[in-house]
Design a protein around this ligand. Structure first.
Ligand code: CO
Length: 145
């Protein structure tokens, strides 16, 4: 396994609008992208960009709100009504190789590899196999090279 950069931290929220106000007014975020729907994954998504000294893309906060009643994050919000940290996402250079390596280590991958919110292939690994942390693995976007 070749660990890449921490791309984003997934934060579940009952209201992206309220979370945007929080990151803008409390945390001082100045680069918040337009929210968009990702119905295939049952979520509405909004990226909050954090700055870096280098001019490279900073780690993002990925706000996720349920898209509908069947959303996979409804159960998380039932347990955490105010929302909270849901998953972390690391980049890898080669998604298929990473998947094979995790499977080879006996890690339970939650679904087929699919296209995630950044338009690149992703998969999730079961938190019980990852020291309690729901972990998203994402292929590094080509344009960031
Ligand atoms: Co994510």
């Amino acid at each position: 396994m070749k660990l890449g950069r921490l791309n984003h931290i997934g934060v579940a929220t009952p209201s992206i609008a309220d979370s945007i106000a929080h990151y803008r007014d409390v945390m001082g975020a100045t680069d918040i992208e337009e929210p968009f729907d990702l119905p295939a994954q049952g979520v509405k998504v909004c990226f909050v960009n954090t700055p870096t000294d280098s001019g490279m893309n900073g780690t993002q906060v990925e706000l996720i709100e349920p898209y509908d009643e069947s959303s996979p994050i409804n159960s998380f919000l039932a347990k955490n009504p105010a929302g909270g940290q849901h998953h972390i996402c690391f980049e890898v250079p080669d998604i298929e190789k990473a998947r094979e390596e995790f499977e080879g280590m006996g890690k339970r991958i939650l679904a087929p590899t699919r296209i995630g919110a950044h338009g690149t292939p992703i998969f999730f690994i079961h938190p019980k196999d990852m020291m309690g942390q729901l972990t998203e693995i994402m292929e590094t976007p080509k344009e960031s090279h």
